[in-house]
Design a protein around this ligand. Structure first.
Ligand SMILES: NC(=O)C1=CN([C@@H]2O[C@H](COP(=O)(O)OP(=O)(O)OC[C@H]3O[C@@H](n4cnc5c(N)ncnc54)[C@H](OP(=O)(O)O)[C@@H]3O)[C@@H](O)[C@H]2O)C=CC1
Ligand SMILES: O=C(O)CCC(=O)C(=O)O
Ligand SMILES: [Mg+2]
Length: 741
């Protein structure tokens, strides 16, 4: 691998962020080339990953580099400097749609074989399984996570607060979770003293052993195992549905089928077959023949029945509608298009969906398009309880106030596929009654669970090195921000107690004098943080991987309206840096708005913040003074952009993503032109600063003129880059000004 120390690797991803990149990069490169920095695009989009997985199916000209493999290696390089935008963590329906689009464009990639009929199809499925779900982040995140709202961003939220729904004390919204039979209630955990080999085995009722997986564990590594009972899960869904029906509250499901890519789609599938029980009972045989997969949502039924004769299809559709009669109202993703919460597993993703509901006064959208109180069902009680705590808090204290509230940054454990990130190949849906167990080389049983058909069993690994680095990061962050830091570790969780030992041990490696560090259970920790937050005080949350994911949407969405405005840094274990843009996803709804009205409401603030720290790092590590100047001036420009409220508006016709990029470019050019550390550099940008300021009205008008009409992108997952460039760069005046530098 040849890498250049003066290169920033900027990822090309999917949906809204990839559109934004087409407009932002030409501006960024205008600046970075003055510091001899190359900003290179690396394709890790879903379509790019599909294409690179099947080179033999493509012509020479169609083949693409495996961007993810390249960046995966780069993460080990101490000079790595990567800017990572959010990418699609694909559900099966998203993957299939992407494949279909590529095939229509002439790429002969194979169909996704849901039920492989032979060895070839097995092999194809195995290749695709590496692309499904959270397939990018665990590979690139070779470090722990440091996510926070910089002071300028907090100041912006205080000056221009987003709207918050009102919380009524009489709200009936609540989180509902399993009280027994879930992963939480069965979790076991060990730490191995020395490097060792273990086997994950299934022991059937006849005493036959099947080795499911062999694992090498490092010294000090933590291994967890847990079981979710299928019967308990289904009974729980049925109870929650009946309870919601009787009490007249809406029902919604919140899982993370992308990150927990094996276990949560199965959980989602059970919700579908319990909610539409009568339908699946009546048509079970036919659905099996048609290949309906409830784990893909009720959308899978609609897909598969499309080929049936009209009368049969209508009968089934009527049976679907009949299910709604006996069930509570179901939360909707799009009530106009009749897309429910159970349509596809990637539409409602808990990290974003629960905060959105809480921000909205505890309500979600009902089938009639009206906001309603809802029962938010999250089977895994491990994490669901924090949402109930926040709901209780809002019922008592009212909605949070963005103009006065403090902030809760996060230091999250995720390096080296920590915790759930590494669970995919160690998660099993049980096929027969028996025992799942972890056995060492000597045959000693280290952990075991009785299991029944349909249960989900999973194991997770956490490396000692990752924990040690996480503790260090927490101590440094607490010191740098002079803020109390809470380790969220639950005394009732076996895994957390293993972690606690390590935390206590590794804290001794640091000077913690004067720091305010605590270890608290999740409920205590969230209450403590919220109590402080409404008094304007800040509290760092130091958490495991799933809470990292959940909290870095939950708090920012209350504080800033969106997690897109977070600074999100991954200091890599080997010394390199990855700078993520915000803490949110790829905003599919935003693309729809572009297609319909040519307005992109994506806020690139996360990209601006990430680029500034990336340049700062480049300046320091490569001794590139111009990079340091660009970092400082970019920060100042971002501050002005926030101060003057030049962020994208949600409304078509008003300033959008492209307009905010123009303002960033103008302010940045002005800041560079004004600085005195490097007069040659200042002179280089004086003309641009002047031209952009003089043509501000003209450029803004050109950027507004294109809006209000549909925009054709020639593809969704694999849009034509030239077409997208035209759509995203409609101002001739701006383009000419940039080209002249
Ligand atoms: N780091 C990563 O790679 C991540 C990837 N994902 C992936 O993203 C996709 C969508 O996930 P989803 O759970 O819907 O979450 P998103 O964060 O994409 O969307 C939730 C909502 O957040 C708001 N939002 C997010 N980013 C921005 C932004 N930059 N500017 C303005 N508003 C923003 C939008 O609200 P509004 O509609 O009100 O404008 C959006 O509809 C999935 O494929 C998921 O797998 C998700 C999280 C992280
Ligand atoms: O890896 C993923 O699928 C999602 C990651 C995510 O949501 C996050 O890091 O906040
Ligand atoms: Mg997230």
């Amino acid at each position: 691998m040849t890498t250049n120390k003066n290169t920033i690797y900027y990822t090309l991803t999917d949906e809204a962020p990839s559109l934004a990149t087409c407009s932002l990069l030409p501006i960024v490169r205008t600046f970075t080339k003055a510091a001899d920095i190359d900003v290179k695009i690396t394709d890790i989009s879903l379509a790019g990953r599909v294409l690179s997985a099947f080179p033999e199916n493509l012509t020479e000209a169609q083949r693409v580099e495996d961007g993810l493999a390249f960046l995966g290696q780069l993460t080990q390089d101490p000079d790595a400097n990567i800017i990572k935008l959010p990418n699609i963590s694909a559900s099966i329906p998203q993957l299939k749609a992407c494949i279909k689009e590529l095939q229509a464009q002439g790429y002969q990639v194979p169909d996704y074989p849901e039920a492989p009929a032979n060895a070839d199809e097995e092999a194809i499925k195995a290749r695709y399984s590496k692309i499904l779900g959270s397939a990018v982040n665990p590979v690139l995140r070779e470090g722990n996570s440091d996510r926070r709202a910089p002071p300028a961003v907090k100041a912006y939220a205080r000056k221009f607060p987003h709207s918050m729904g009102k919380w009524s004390k009489a709200s009936r919204s609540h989180a509902d979770y399993m009280r027994d039979g879930d992963f939480f209630s069965s979790e076991q955990s060990i730490t191995v003293a020395e490097p060792t080999q273990v086997r994950i085995e299934f022991l059937d009722q006849n005493g036959q052993v099947e080795v499911k997986k062999e694992l090498g564990l490092e010294k000090g590594e933590i291994l967890d195992s847990m079981r979710m009972s299928c019967n308990a899960l289904r009974a729980f869904f049925e109870e929650t549905l009946q309870d919601a029906k009787e009490s007249g509250v809406m029902w919604s499901l919140h899982v993370k089928a992308t990150m927990m890519k094996v276990s949560h789609p199965i959980v989602f599938g059970h919700a579908v077959t319990v909610f539409y029980k009568d339908l699946f009972e009546k048509h079970g045989e036919l659905f099996k023949e048609l290949g309906v997969n409830p784990n893909n949502g009720i959308g899978s039924v609609y897909d598969k029945i499309a080929s049936l004769p009209r009368s049969k299809r209508e009968e089934i559709e009527e049976d679907i509608h009949a299910c709604y009669e006996n069930r509570p109202e179901l939360a909707m993703v799009d009530s106009v298009k009749k897309i429910t919460n159970l349509h596809v597993p990637s539409d409602v993703i808990v990290d974003a969906s629960m905060p959105a509901m809480i921000r909205n006064g505890g309500q979600m959208w009902g089938p009639d398009g009206k906001p309603k109180d809802t029962k938010a069902v999250m089977p895994e009680s491990t994490y669901a309880r924090i949402y109930q705590e926040m709901i209780n808090f809002c019922k008592t204290n009212g909605a949070f106030d963005p103009t006065t509230m403090g902030t809760v940054p996060n230091v999250g454990l995720m390096a080296k596929k920590a915790e759930e990130y590494g669970s995919h190949d160690k998660t099993f849906e049980i096929q027969a009654p028996g025992i799942m167990r972890v056995v060492d080389a000597q045959g000693t049983v280290l952990m075991q669970h009785d299991v029944e058909v349909g249960d989900i069993w999973r194991a997770c690994q956490t490396k000692d090195e990752a924990v040690r680095d996480w503790v260090k990061l927490a101590v440094n962050r607490a010191r740098l921000s002079a803020t109390p830091a809470i380790f969220w570790l639950d005394a009732e969780r076996a895994h957390d107690m293993q972690l606690k030992n390590k935390v206590e041990h590794y804290l001794q490696e640091h000077d913690t004098q004067g720091l305010d560090l605590h270890i608290m259970s999740y409920n205590e920790a969230i209450r403590f943080s919220m109590e402080r937050m409404i008094r304007g005080l800040d509290t760092i949350s130091v958490t495991g991987n799933v809470l990292r994911d959940y909290l870095t949407d939950l708090f920012p969405i209350m504080e800033l309206g969106t997690s897109a405005k977070m600074l999100s840094i991954v200091p890599m274990l080997n010394g390199g840096g990855m700078y993520e843009t915000g803490a949110g996803g790829s905003a599919p709804k935003h693309v729809q708005q572009v297609e319909e009205e040519n307005h992109l409401r994506w806020d690139s603030l996360g990209e601006f913040l990430a680029l500034a720290v990336s340049l700062e790092d480049m300046g320091r590590k490569q001794n590139n003074q111009r990079a340091s100047i660009l970092a400082k001036t970019l920060d100042a420009a971002t501050g002005r952009l926030l101060e003057n409220n030049k962020s994208p508006s949600r409304k078509t016709g008003e300033l959008d993503n492209r307009g905010s990029h123009f303002y960033l470019g103008m302010y940045w050019a002005q800041e560079v032109a004004q600085q005195q550390e490097d007069p040659t550099l200042a002179a280089q940008f004086a003309d641009l600063a002047k031209t952009l300021a003089e043509n501000e009205a003209q450029i803004v008008a050109e950027l507004a003129a294109c809006q209000g009409k549909p925009a054709e992108l020639d593809g969704y997952y694999h849009a034509n880059r030239d077409t997208v460039k035209k759509v995203m760069r409609p101002s001739a005046t701006l383009n000419t000004a940039l080209a002249s530098v």
